[in-house]
Design a protein around this ligand. Sequence first.
Ligand code: CIZ
Ligand code: SF4
Length: 352
Amino acid sequence: SASDPALVERARRAKAALGDRVFVLGHHYQRDEVIQFADVTGDSFKLAKEAAARPDAEYIVFCGVHFMAESADILTSSSQKVVLPDLAAGCSMADMATFDQVEECWEALEDAGIAGVTVPVTYMNSSADIKAFCGRNGGAVCTSSNARRALEWAFSRGEKVLFLPDQHLGRNTAVLEMGLSLDDCVVYNPHRPNGGLTTEQLENAKMILWKGHCSVHGRFSPECVDDVRARIPGVNVLVHPECRHEVVTKADHVGSTEYIIKKLEEAPAGSSWAVGTELNLVKRLGAMFPDKNVTFLDRTVCYCSTMNRIDLPHLVWALESLASGQVVNQITVDDDTAHWAGVALDRMLALP
Ligand code: CIZ
Ligand code: SF4
């Protein structure tokens, strides 16, 4: 489909017909065939802010996954419509923490007598429901760029943090950036009674990590790092903090998507980089910096399958529908959820 000139032409025409009424956002993990039509590219946080900065666009077509479109709906005005070209583009990590599970967890913390001293912090990669839960319970949202500042803020307000839904980002930030020990962290498993934890474990923990992970970044192993170092002498290993702790501790650099891009921009010509993040982005970075040797950290391919659901045929369908006056696949967050999720997002935006 990427090379189908008829589809490319149809997307171009529909977008031109809509003009400034439509603004197309493209996440870094999207396919090239989709990215070519993006008015702006970015990570989820940057894209949500870009959407908020376009009050004149009637339609925001979000080429990304469901939780990102929800955040865009929360941060844009009520007259703007956010469209996700394929409703099946979810996020397996976000799906690992449902509202009922998190409520049940909070009850377990109440039973253990620690809910009052626990501040919930959720990664951007979570449903609007979970962000609203954090807003209602004195907590905040964070991204992979500000996780440390968000945790410092949370620990200034309570003794413990409940970190949702990515255990790896929570552990990596607490242990590698804030000097907590692995023993300060426990993992709450929503599929076990009381999270699979004793009251004593909950009482002693500083970080209560939700048992969630990214199915893409979770696949990189410490062996991938050893393997690439053996294959490419002098290689710099650069990974996202959604990778497992054992992988991050073996890497040379760790940081958010925007950090990874900046690091490669600044890298000297001729240097070698093995990048542990989603493959569409790594391939694009390789093409953007032909004077640098950019390789994927794993030997096997590793796309985000739900990100990849947004393809050119879905984008053409969404744009042509909008151009003909039909709003399809609109993502809306109800007012109460949007209010409290907005409170948690604002606490993040107010971080020093
Ligand atoms: O893994 C993801 O989905 C990331 C890093 C999203 C984002 O843009 O924050
Ligand atoms: Fe979710 Fe991971 Fe895909 Fe990002 S890369 S959308 S965290 S499954």
